[in-house]
Design a protein around this ligand. Structure first.
Ligand code: DAH
Length: 343
């Protein structure tokens, strides 16, 4: 039996070495190491031997099996590294170069950023420069210099986030008017888009954080007509050339006269609908505006006898909601791609 084992080992080792491809090697493996191979049969027959013989022959047979298994592995890896053509299961998968590639989802600019860019371009075309100011503001720039002294009832109208007694998160971008005029002599023609904060309960039309667009124009002989012309041009560019605009008297401490600017509802054409509301008579409020109050000029040491100016402020989310029919302000901040993908 041991002679047969030795002969078998030599024959099998030769067969593994001689295999020219993976298919032939696999055949040799089945023949010499498979379940029905001679070696397996011999190992099975061990049980009929005497205990002493079984121990000796068994140990030898197992060593031969291990040796053959490693010979087989060697042959297999040398065939694989030689890149031999093969038909066996271990062949590398073929690439199908005609399959379409995997698409990688791409993001795009947020709707609010797109609109901010568009608005900047419209005003740039009318000669307005871009201005910026801090979101953490002091009482003077957010209120005092804008003719809203301490104790003024207008302070109660917005719930302010105070960080310290005189330091707050700006409640409007009007504070940037003051910052610009403190640094620069007229003529001044700027817009300032930016984030503002108010301590409001969040619902479909209110948020504690939103964006405004401020505008300021100061020069000699600036008139209410200039304000109307500028806003008419802006609103027609933004909402479409057929947009109708009107001014209604309103009050803001930093302008005199002050106005609420409305456009005719483009959903119902002015008949009254759920968008403009049954009581609005078909007009949508889009921004606040007016002629800069002399006290504001005094606060920044401009001579109110020489200079005149207009200012306006709009809520950007509100403009976008109206133009795109977005029903809920919160959608802008939730980053739900099902919403964002639509724009
Ligand atoms: N700051 C005002 C607000 O937050 C908006 C505003 C109204 C700005 C009239 C102006 C203006 O510049 O002239 O409600």
């Amino acid at each position: 039996m041991t002679e047969r084992l030795d002969a078998l080992e030599a024959e099998a080792a030769r067969a593994f070495e001689a295999a020219k491809d993976q298919g032939a090697l696999e055949e040799a493996r089945v023949r010499w190491l498979g379940r029905k191979s001679e070696l397996t049969g011999l190992l099975r027959g061990l049980k009929d031997l005497s205990p002493e013989q079984r121990a000796a022959v068994g140990a030898r047979a197992n060593r031969i099996r291990e040796n053959l298994e490693s010979r087989y592995e060697e042959a297999r890896s040398s065939l694989a590294s030689a890149g031999a053509p093969s038909g066996s299961a271990s062949a590398p998968a073929l690439r199908d170069v005609t399959l379409p590639g995997r698409s990688i989802p791409r993001g795009h600019e947020h709707l609010l950023s797109q609109v901010l860019r568009e608005v900047r371009e419209i005003f740039h075309g009318m000669g307005f420069a871009l201005a910026e100011g801090p979101q953490v503001e002091d009482d003077w720039h957010n209120f005092g210099a804008l003719n809203i002294p301490k104790g003024h009832p207008a302070r109660a109208a917005t719930d302010t986030f105070y960080l310290r007694p005189d330091i707050l998160l700006r409640t409007h971008t009007s504070s940037v008017q003051i910052r610009v005029m403190e640094k620069q002599q007229p003529p001044v023609r700027i817009i300032c888009p930016g984030r503002v904060y108010r301590n409001e309960a969040v619902d479909a039309t209110h948020h504690f954080e939103f964006h405004q667009l401020e505008g300021l124009y100061v020069d000699e002989n600036v008139t209410l007509g200039d304000l109307k012309g500028t806003l008419d041009r802006f609103l027609k560019s933004f909402f479409g050339p057929a947009t109708e605009m009107r001014f209604s008297p309103s009050y803001f401490p930093f302008v005199e006269p002050g106005a609420q600017v409305e456009i005719r509802c483009f959903f119902c054409g002015g008949k009254g609908c759920p968008v403009c509301g049954p009581l609005s008579g078909g007009w949508l409020e889009v921004l606040g505006a007016g002629m800069v109050h002399p006290n504001v000029f005094r606060a920044v040491s401009y001579d109110p006898e020489r200079w005149t100016g207009f200012a306006f402020g709009a809520g950007i989310e509100r403009l976008v909601m109206l133009r795109h029919g977005v029903p809920d302000l919160r959608l802008f901040y939730e980053n739900d791609v099902r919403f964002l993908h639509q724009f």
